[in-house]
Every structure is written in C-alpha cells, then in structure tokens.
Design a protein around this ligand. Structure first.
Ligand code: NDP
Ligand code: 8X3
Length: 257
C-alpha cells in the first residue's frame, strides 16, 4: 500500500461535490491538502471543517483553472512547504446545457472546453514537472462515462470528457519511464451540483435527473480515488469506471416508478 499520511494532495474544484468529498477522504488518510476553486467562502468553510475533524493542514486558495496566468502563478507561488505535490486530483469541471449541437450556446461550449480541457492542461503543466523531477507523484483525472460513450445532446460535454480520456492516456505514455502514475476515475451518475450547473440553476430540472435512481454519492467516487492513490507503487489503476447499480450505460438507467 502507498500511505497517504503527510502526502501533499492538490484537489481542483474542492468547493463542491466530488472534489469536496475527495478533500475529506484524503484528510481522513492524514494527507495535507491544497484545495482550490472559485468560491473562496466555501473553501474556507471546508478547510475549517477538515482541520477540526481531522487535524490535518489545509491550504485553501481561490483559483479559476481557466486562467492560465493565475494557474501558473498559484503553483509557482505555493509556500515552500506546500510545493512538493504528491497527488494531483484534476476534478474541476462542469457541463453547461443539454442542447442539440446546432442549437447550442457557444458560450456554454467555451466554458466547458476552457474548464474541462484547458484548465486540466494548465494545472497539469504546472504541477507535473515537479513530480517528474522528484521521481514521485500521481495524477488522478476525474473523467466520466461521458468520455466513453456519447449521448444525445451531450455533444460538447462528451467531447471534453473524451479529451480527458485521451489526455490521461497520453500523459501515462509520456510518463512511462518515470515513477509518476496517471489514473482516470470515470463516474456515471453522481448526485452533486453538476445538474444544477448544467441547467443554469433550474433546480427542478436538475432534480429530475436523479429521480427514481440511487445515484452515486460524491463520497463513493472519493473512495475510488483514494483506492487508486493507495495502490503499491508498481500498481497503476489506469481507468476506473464507477456506475450506480441502476445504470448500465450512459443511456440506460432503471428508474423506480
Ligand atoms: P459540482 O458542480 O458539485 O462541482 C464542480 C466543482 O468544480 C466545484 O467545486 C466548482 O467550484 C469547480 N469548478 C468549476 N469550474 C471551475 C473553474 N473554472 N475553476 C476552478 N474550479 C472550478 O460537480 P461534480 O462534483 O459532479 O463535478 C466534479 C467533476 O466530476 C467534474 O469534472 C465533472 O465533469 C465530473 N463528473 C461528474 C459526474 C456527475 O454525475 N456529477 C459524473 C462524471 C463526472 P467553483 O464553482 O467554486 O469554482
Ligand atoms: C457526468 C455524467 O452522464 O451526466 O459526466 O454526462 S453524465
């Protein structure tokens, strides 16, 4: 087993959902946490909660992963005792809209591509060189079942998650001669703020997505992420698809009536 005690774990998008659960799960393992997102208030509450529950150090800072200059400055400006990142969880991401491509909003597409693809690239480009130089590290990308299968109206969101899959595979190849590992944890339906964001705050429509289904919880996904990170150093979990039992594919879910 790889111990996570005192390891520095950097989680993007920790203010909600899967990222927040990952922060709490790594804290329970005794890791030191770097957490970011755009909503500073939520990160501060998370940091206070984790420190009081687990007593581990947390360094929380606001960061929009779409802002390349800010990402570079944030990573370069980490206090020395926080700079040697052991695990990077590239989680920050979102969907916007569920429209036919020829009717979709270009602003929605740009937000998804800028966050899910370019943001993940910017953070990885800033953090991975240090891992290679230290001969130690693990990048865990949060992909999606939508990176394996396309669904109607999912067009651009699915394209970003297919891109995440390609980037995980490509980075694993690029790092094969190093001890740095790359994993992709690819969930099906997880009940978080994801659908509220997708539907621009339409809570009733968002609730309908999970109606009649025991969806995954963000804690379920965090457990999978910690599992990847705790394998012995010679074991790399390349891709892990995690689905609710009531979901068999991106298009096939059984709903209780
Ligand atoms: P949430 O909406 O609950 O959380 C998304 C997180 O991403 C928030 O903390 C948000 O923080 C952060 N984020 C969004 N944009 C940015 C940005 N520009 N810069 C920094 N942080 C950002 O959704 P989930 O927890 O469900 O989503 C997390 C990941 O899981 C995403 O990559 C998503 O695609 C993926 N996923 C989700 C599934 C689901 O069914 N829920 C299934 C499969 C994958 P803030 O707004 O404060 O910036
Ligand atoms: C989120 C899962 O099926 O809503 O990535 O696209 S899905």
């Amino acid at each position: 087993m790889t111990t996570l005690r005192d390891r520095i774990v950097f989680i993007t998008g920790a203010s909600s959902g899967i990222g927040r659960s990952c922060a709490k799960a790594f804290a329970r393992e005794g890791s030191r946490l770097l957490v970011c997102g755009r909503r500073a208030g939520r990160l501060e509450s998370l940091a206070a909660e984790i420190t009081s529950e687990c007593g581990v150090p947390v360094h929380a800072f606001p960061l929009d992963v779409r802002d390349r200059t800010a990402v570079e400055a944030a990573v370069a400006g980490l206090p020395p005792e926080w700079a040697a990142v052991d695990v990077l969880v590239n989680n920050a991401g979102l969907s916007r809209g569920l429209d036919k491509l020829h009717e979709g909003l270009v602003s929605d597409w740009e937000e998804m591509i800028d966050t899910n693809v370019k943001g993940l690239l910017y953070v990885s480009r800033a953090v991975v060189p240090g891992m290679v130089a230290r001969g130690r590290g693990h990048v865990i990308n949060i992909g999606s079942i939508a990176g394996h299968e396309v669904y109607p109206n999912g067009n651009v969101y699915c394209a970003t998650k297919f891109a995440v899959q390609a980037l995980s595979r490509g980075l694993r190849m690029d790092l094969v001669a190093t001890p740095v590992r790359v994993s992709s944890v690819d969930p099906g339906m997880v009940e978080t703020e994801f659908s509220q964001v997708r539907f621009h705050g339409d809570e009733a429509r968002a609730a309908g997505v999970y109606k009649g289904i025991s969806a995954l919880t963000p804690d379920d996904v965090a457990e999978a992420v910690v599992f990847c990170a705790t394998r012995p150093p010679h074991v790399s979990i390349a891709e892990m698809i995690v689905m609710p039992t009531a979901q068999a594919s991106v298009m096939l879910a059984h709903r209780r009536s």
